[in-house]
Design a protein around this ligand. Sequence first.
Ligand code: ADP
Length: 396
Amino acid sequence: MVGGGQLARMTHQAAIALGQGLRVLAASPDEPAPQICPDVVLGDHDRIEDLRRAATGAHALTFDHEGVPTAHLLELQAEGVTVNPPPQALLYAQDKLAMRRRLAELGAPVPGFAEIEAVEDVRAFWERFDGAVVLKAVRGGYDGRGVWLPDTVDEAVAVAAEQLAAGTPLMAEQRVELARELSAMVARSPFGQGAAWPVVETVQRNGQCAVVLAPAPNLADAEAGFAESLALRLAEELGVVGVMAVELFQTPSGEMIVNELAMRPHNSGHWSMDGCVTSQFEQHLRAVLDYPLGDTAARAPLTVMANVLGAAEAPAMSMDERLHHLLARMPDAHVHLYGKGERPDRKIGHVNLVGAWDGDRDDPEYAGALRERAERAAHWMATAEWTDGWSEHGER
Ligand code: ADP
C-alpha cells in the first residue's frame, strides 16, 4: 500500500486476519502505519524507483491516498505490476475536472462546471450561475484545502488570479444548495463482483468530516437505492478495483448530486469497522486481491462515528490517560487511535458507537442520544474536557 497514514494502519489490521502481509511505502518510520507494520519500504511516492521497490514481489499495489503520479503507475503496470485501482480509474479520483467530464458523459448528476484558464473565465462563470460559484484546485485538494467559496465576483477573480499565477490548474463549479452531505460506498473486484454499504450521512466542520451517521437517518428507500446503484454503476463503468466512496450532496428537495470520488478506504466508511458485517478495510483487501466480497449489512439501526480532531491546544493530560477515563465512562465505545501527534484539527483517531438493536434511526431521540455520546467521547479524547461537565474525579 502506497502511503503510511491511518488508512494503511487500519488496512494492516484487516490484513492480519486474512493471513496476508501488508507492505507499506511510507515517507518516515513514525507515520501511523510503519509504527505497527513490520514490512516497511521507506521512500517517496513521487519516485518511480521507490514505488518499484515497494511493488516488487507483491500480489497487488494499492493506495492510502491519491497522490501518486499517473505516469508512474502506467509504467509499473507496463512492467507487470497489478495496480488496483488501475491508474485508468484512479485518474477520476485524482483530477476533479476529468471526474466532472466523465461523470457528465455517464449521465451522473453533477453541478455545472468549467475549466478556469484565465480570470475572464471566472467572470463568465459567475454571470452564468448568478454568483453561486465554488472554485477548486483540479488536483491535490483534501479536507477542504484547495476549495474556495467566494462571496463576491472580485473575491473569485482574486482567488483565480493568485492560483493561476502559482500554476494551480483551476476549475469552477456551481455552488449547490445543500441540505446535507451523503456518502455511498461500494467495492468492486476484478472478477466484477460489486457490493454496496448502506448510504451514510457525513457532517462536515470547517470543510472536514467530523461525524458520520450510518446508515443515513431519514433517507427514503428510493433515495438510498438511487445512490447505491449510482455508485455501483460508476465503479463498473470506471473500472474501479477496491473500495470507492461517492461523496454526494443532497439538496433541500431531496435531489442528489455527485461531489467527488475517492478510490480508497474513506473517512465515511470508518463506521464499518464496528457497525458492519465487513469493514471497508477488509473489503478493500478482498477486492484488490480478487477474493469474494464480504457482506455489507449494518449490524445495528444506527452507528455513529466521530472523528477525534486535534484540539487548538493539546491538553496537559496524556492521550493514554484520556483513553483510560473514556473506557471507564463508556464501556461500549470503540476507540481507534492513529498514533499521530496532536495538531489543531488533525485527524488523530475516531470513536464508533453502535446503537441498540431495537432503536429506530429516524427517531430523533434515539439518533440524537447516540450522536451526542459519540461526539462527547471524541471531544473528550481531543480536549480532555467533557461536553456535559462531568468530572471523572469529582463527586461520587
Ligand atoms: P476536498 O477534496 O477537500 O474534500 P470537496 O470538493 O469535497 O473538497 O469540497 C469540500 C467541501 O466544500 C464539501 O464537503 C462541501 O461542503 C463544500 N463544497 C464543495 N463543492 C461544493 C459545491 N459545488 N457546492 C456547495 N458546496 C460545495
